[in-house]
Design a protein around this ligand. Structure first.
Ligand SMILES: Cc1cc2nc3c(=O)[nH]c(=O)nc-3n(C[C@H](O)[C@H](O)[C@H](O)COP(=O)(O)OP(=O)(O)OC[C@H]3O[C@@H](n4cnc5c(N)ncnc54)[C@H](O)[C@@H]3O)c2cc1C
Length: 399
């Protein structure tokens, strides 16, 4: 006789990944408790969500409420903003080249939190704004102690509790961490020229300077630079800062007015030794941290949630069995390790003053600029791993 498991899934953390995980698992019929405080409106970043993430949000009925607040990105440009000897050609990617209306949509983080918080109220998820302070394993359950002194039991834990994850430690999963001598300065601004739904990434000696469209004549900026220059930018008055932003992008969007004061995010990296162990499944930044290049972080977190939703069996079965744990590890390892490695390598190639590295980067971009099938392949792979390969294989099969 098999036991019927009645303990719920506890989702630790109520950041974007935790909220999307809780809502998606509840929609699949699981009994879900979400623990942790939701972020307020103090996070001034915006997030570019790519089409595969949007298709998943559509499938769990979340996109309809997000879309009215989001701005499309139909074109992506990479421009060399360095003063180096070997300069890279500019490359433009059009979503229409891969048959998509847009690569994705950009939305303010605080708005995304508000929409997800409303969805939580309408869902079956039980949310408690308390942190988890302790985990204990006992047979088929995990005992969870919360900051208000309560104890709960769960059959499985989703560790969406960020980069310093207590749940990851409780699972016995160690992580390799590293830091970069770079800080991202983020802000939003209004401009006098239309952005035409184009996102532009200038590659500079200190990291990317990325402009992403918002609704109206507004855009958000992620300016990756040295910690010293970031400190200098943060204390400039708004007019001076606007002048520096406009100069850096060569007045591409006309005159700039700073709308949202700058914030800074020191850059670091993290990769754990596994992605699930001892009934605890890592999702979001507990499982991967890397620099904000090419809008990958939350998009990868949403793929974690998608994999969890597919992998966790029906309620009533053991959600933390060895076979479920290894299925999740198998699903997530290649994607997470490849993305973390690729973003790290790209970031380091921007910073490198070593001539051969610059030539390889420049040659690679020239190939992308000149060779349209390669460009389509890279665009598809950038959106979702495996989709470029799948299409190439299908095309080869038709020849
Ligand atoms: C400058 C910048 C720009 C970015 N832009 C993009 C982008 O355009 N597109 C993109 O896809 N990604 C982007 N990212 C990455 C993205 O922001 C992250 O991947 C995403 O925020 C991670 O969400 P998360 O829910 O995993 O982690 P977090 O947002 O860190 O949430 C974790 C939550 O867990 C809570 N918590 C911690 N410990 C406990 C506990 N013991 N009990 C309960 N709760 C706990 C925390 O309080 C927090 O609320 C960017 C990152 C940076 C730095």
């Amino acid at each position: 006789m098999t036991n019927t498991i009645t303990d719920p899934i506890i989702v630790a953390g109520a950041g974007h990944v935790g909220l999307i995980a809780a809502l998606s698992l509840a929609k699949s019929g699981h009994n879900v408790i979400n623990l942790g405080e939701m972020p307020g409106s103090s996070d001034k970043r915006t997030t570019a969500l790519m089409m595969p993430a949007i298709h998943f949000l559509q499938s769990v009925d979340l996109w309809t409420d997000i879309e009215p607040h989001a701005a499309p990105m139909t074109t992506m440009r990479i421009l060399d903003g360095t003063r180096r000897l070997v300069r890279s050609p500019s490359v433009t990617f059009e979503a229409t080249e891969i048959g998509e209306p847009a690569f994705g949509y950009n939305i303010a983080n605080s708005t995304l939190t508000a929409v997800l918080s409303d969805a939580m109220k309408k869902s079956t998820v039980e949310h408690r704004a308390v942190p988890i302070v302790k985990y204990d394993h006992a047979g088929e359950t995990v005992l969870v102690e919360t900051g208000d002194g309560s104890t709960l039991t769960a059959n499985a834990i989703v560790a969406a509790d960020g980069r310093s994850s207590l749940a990851r430690d409780a699972a016995g999963i160690t992580a390799r961490t590293w830091s970069y001598n770079q800080t991202a300065v983020v802000l939003s601004f209004a401009h006098t020229r239309d952005h035409h739904d184009i996102s532009t990434e200038f590659h500079t000696e200190y990291g990317p300077f990325t402009i992403v469209p918002l609704q109206g004549q507004r855009s958000s900026l992620v300016w990756v630079t040295t910690p010293e220059m970031a400190a200098e930018l943060l204390v400039l008055d708004r007019d001076e800062l606007a002048k520096r932003v406009e100069e850096r992008m060569q007045s591409m969007l006309g005159a700039v007015t700073i709308e949202v004061a700058p914030q800074s995010w020191p850059l670091s990296g993290l990769v754990p030794t596994s992605f699930a162990r001892n009934r605890i499944f890592l999702a979001g930044e507990s499982a991967h941290v890397f620099p904000p290049i090419g809008a990958q972080g939350l998009n990868l977190g949403i793929r974690d949630v998608e994999a969890l939703t597919e992998t966790l069996p029906e309620d009533g079965e053991d959600l933390g069995s060895a076979s479920v744990i290894s299925a999740y590890n198998r699903k997530r390892s290649p994607d997470i390790l490849a993305r973390t490695g690729a973003v790290d390598a790209l970031n380091r190639s921007l910073l490198s003053d070593f001539l051969p590295v610059q030539m390889v980067r420049s040659g690679g971009l020239e190939l992308l600029r000149a060779f349209s099938p390669l460009r389509s392949f890279v665009m598809r792979e950038g959106l979702r791993p495996g989709s470029g390969f799948r299409l190439s294989a299908r095309n080869a099969g038709q020849q």
